[in-house]
Design a protein around this ligand. Structure first.
Ligand SMILES: Cc1cc2nc3c(=O)[nH]c(=O)nc-3n(C[C@H](O)[C@H](O)[C@H](O)COP(=O)(O)O)c2cc1C
Length: 278
């Protein structure tokens, strides 16, 4: 979520330490490093987390702004990341007066990047969702996983509303408060179009019950962002660990209540219900 200042560097550190302690993956939004290499140290968190997957993340639209495989390799090296994720955020950029709105031809650039990099590449949205058709297109491009990042959580258009000084954009954004595909719908669609592929679910997940539901619907992994922020900005790093422990406990209790003893059975539960009902 963060990076660039001393304070946000501290947030990255706190989140990474908690992720290492609880066995979560950690994603770092690194677009800012492309323009400000001097703040790259705020993303050098591998020393706090030797074991967990670290994800380096930039906007897919940057590929249309001259960013190429070498830049991506550099970001991955800085973060000692295992995976690169490209985010699709057209409906965020469009409400920024200086936003990057040239999303043309990105699928072929994503395809090329997947061939050029030796680590897996994933694609995510940022809160409006990836539907089944797009998930299939992305997998056909060589993407290893898709995080649907659907609607139900943060509404970037509303965040941009408070930032833009452009009066017409400020008005137009009001028409988009219910834009986006709900996360549950995205998971079902993506799974039906790309059965054997890895689907991550994020977008509006706040509790371990939400995470359990996302996995029962067909996701392989669940991601939380906005709902972790209050704990992440608290200087008491124990709060972040406790926050992740709470999510894990909620998920275990949800599984207990549903009579499910493993995450793999949770993943299968949807299929079993469909089969039982014919
Ligand atoms: C403060 C903040 C910063 C974010 N920055 C990024 C980013 O740089 N790259 C990205 O892919 N997603 C970013 N996101 C979007 C999240 O990754 C996620 O897709 C979205 O917030 C939906 O999940 P949530 O409802 O759990 O927050 C950000 C979200 C928040 C709250």
């Amino acid at each position: 979520m963060t990076g660039g200042t001393r304070e946000t560097g501290e947030i990255n550190k706190r989140m990474t330490i908690a992720a290492q302690e609880c066995g979560w993956a950690m994603a770092l939004a690194m677009r800012v490093v492309l323009e400000h290499p001097e703040i790259q140290h705020t993303f050098q968190v591998r020393r706090y987390a030797p074991d967990i997957p670290i994800i380096a993340n930039i906007g897919a639209v940057q590929l249309n702004k001259g960013v190429g495989a070498d830049d991506c390799r550099r970001l991955v090296e800085i973060a000692e990341a295992d995976v690169l994720v490209l985010y699709l955020n057209a409906m965020q950029e469009v409400f920024q007066p200086e936003g990057d709105v040239d999303f043309r031809g990105l699928s072929s650039k994503i395809e090329k990047l997947c061939r050029q990099l030796s680590i897996p590449v994933g694609v995510k949205e940022v809160g409006w969702g990836i539907n089944g058709v797009l998930a299939k297109i992305l997998f056909d491009c060589g993407v290893q996983f898709v995080d649907v990042a659907g609607a139900g959580g943060i509404l970037w258009s509303q965040v941009e509303k408070h930032q833009t000084g452009h009066p017409l954009l400020k008005k137009a954004v009001q028409a988009f408060t219910d834009w986006g595909i709900p996360t549950a719908e995205c998971i079902l669609e993506a799974k039906s179009m790309a059965k054997a592929r890895t689907i991550l679910a994020s977008g509006g997940l706040k509790t371990g019950v939400d995470a359990a539901k996302a996995i029962a619907l067909g996701a392989d992994l669940a991601g939380l962002v906005r709902s972790l922020l209050p704990a992440a900005i608290d200087p008491d790093s124990e709060k972040m660990v406790k926050r992740l422990e709470l999510v894990m406990l909620e998920m275990k209790i949800a599984m207990f209540g549903a009579g499910i003893t493993s995450v793999s059975d949770l993943k299968e539960s949807n299929r079993l219900v469909y089969e039982a009902s014919g």
